[in-house]
Ligand binder design. Structure first.
Ligand code: IMP
Ligand code: MG
Length: 185
């Protein structure tokens, strides 16, 4: 697996420090609110797991799965719900937790979709942001790191379902995604 990696972009210590900062901000902002954390499957699960352990206000966890990518590193622009929330979010304070915002199309769609369900508030928390590639205007309320326009994997992020278990955020060797015959998604 390590042979496919060009370099480590964000190490474990920096990730954990940032997660604690974000969790402290979220805990402060959501005290006394009805917090529902909506994790976007599957990329956000590793980040979400660390994040919620550091949030010290009551919360409900729910998950949604959407598809925006096929087997390439470019967004298709087409977003589809593969798994919906288990519970109603009516009257709740929803915090969507994402791994990375790239074009913004996925989150733009999700925001509109969740807004129509009568939530009291909806905010966005993302570990990574690639602002230069934005196609849809999304307001990010809690952001870990801004990164350059490079394809990254690890800490939950995948390429063709691989590399999610790397503990750091890494840049993949370009030949890995140029040669996409290994794709399983
Ligand atoms: P968007 O709709 O273009 O903002 O795409 C967001 C989704 O694309 C993220 O939730 C990721 O699943 C995926 N994605 C975007 N950039 C990367 C990347 O660099 N590595 C892995 N997945 C990515
Ligand atoms: Mg994702």
């Amino acid at each position: 697996m390590r042979n496919s990696i060009e370099r480590v972009l964000i190490d474990q210590k920096s990730i954990q420090e940032k997660v604690k900062e974000l969790a402290a901000e979220i805990s402060r902002d959501y005290r006394g609110k009805k917090l529902v954390i909506v994790g976007v499957l599957k990329g956000a699960v590793v980040f979400l797991g660390d994040l919620v352990k550091n949030i010290d206000v009551p919360l409900i966890l729910d998950f949604i799965a959407v598809s925006s990518y096929g087997n390439t590193t470019e967004t298709s622009g087409v977003v589809r719900i593969l798994k919906d929330l288990d519970n109603s979010i009516e009257g709740m304070d929803v915090l969507i937790v994402e791994d990375i915002i790239d074009s913004g199309l996925t989150l733009c769609y999700l925001m509109e979709n969740l807004k129509s369900r009568g939530a009291n508030s909806i905010k966005i928390c993302t570990l990574l942001d690639k602002p230069y590639r934005r196609k849809a205007d999304v307001k990010v309320d809690y952001k870990g790191f801004e990164i350059e326009d490079e394809f990254v994997v690890g800490y939950g992020l995948d390429f063709a379902e691989r590399f999610r278990n790397l503990p750091e955020i890494c840049v993949l060797k370009p030949e890995e995604y140029n040669n996409s015959k290994n794709c399983v998604c």
